[in-house]
Design a protein around this ligand. Sequence first.
Ligand code: ZN
Length: 266
Amino acid sequence: MRYIEPHAHMVSRTTDDYERMAMAGCEAICEPAFWAGFDRSAVEGFADYFSQLTEHEPKRAAKFGIKHFCWLCINSKEAEDVKLAEEVIALIPKFLDRTNVLGIGEIGLNKNSKNELRVLEMQVELAAKYNQLILVHTPHLEDKLKGTKLILDVLKNDKRIRPERVIIDHVEEHTVEMVLDAGMWTGMTLYPETKCTPARAIDILETYGNERLWLNSACDWGISDPLAVPKTALEMKRRGHLAKVVEKVIFENPKKFLLQSPNFKL
Ligand SMILES: [Zn+2]
């Protein structure tokens, strides 16, 4: 088995996780910029984080034969402070020419607030200006449907944004169809408790097909499983999916989307 982990927060994981992922067949990991589990107090905290994502983490991954890529942004959980968000957004272009940067992400909404929406629009503008791919985080639980609709409206209203260059992550049963209908890609996040379990994710792909869809673990500093993608691949095999279908979902699909960035190389 070989696979790509298209969404993992490796700065929060141990070298044991890298080793286990490598042994399971992981060839590349993509790390969106996200919340650290606490709010950073100043723009300098983000500058250090972006250096960690573009300089240090690729070296850690390389020790296990895994390619490491990243996405840059200020996440929605820290977007209430619009002034700080403006400072972080002004910093990002300096990092965009680093060799492992794939685009702007994970931007999106958390509580669907006015300030979050404003910062989302600023970062869509940034992506359009610099012709970057976009990775979107959608809100949790009861905020997800409304938040996904708001995000799709922002993206569709900007005619510079090509839908095939956008991935909307953490989709669930009630949001997957509207994203596919908009021509964008969908990411299904495999969590032990919330978001999608492996069984639910496979139900969804059996219902909606396996085009423009990828699986990820979104493993971070909380309860999450860095091996969720290969475990779901095993479950697909157990349900009778052919090996080439499994490979399409866990390797070929993310590769196809990510190759739209000139920086993505296996
Ligand atoms: Zn994430």
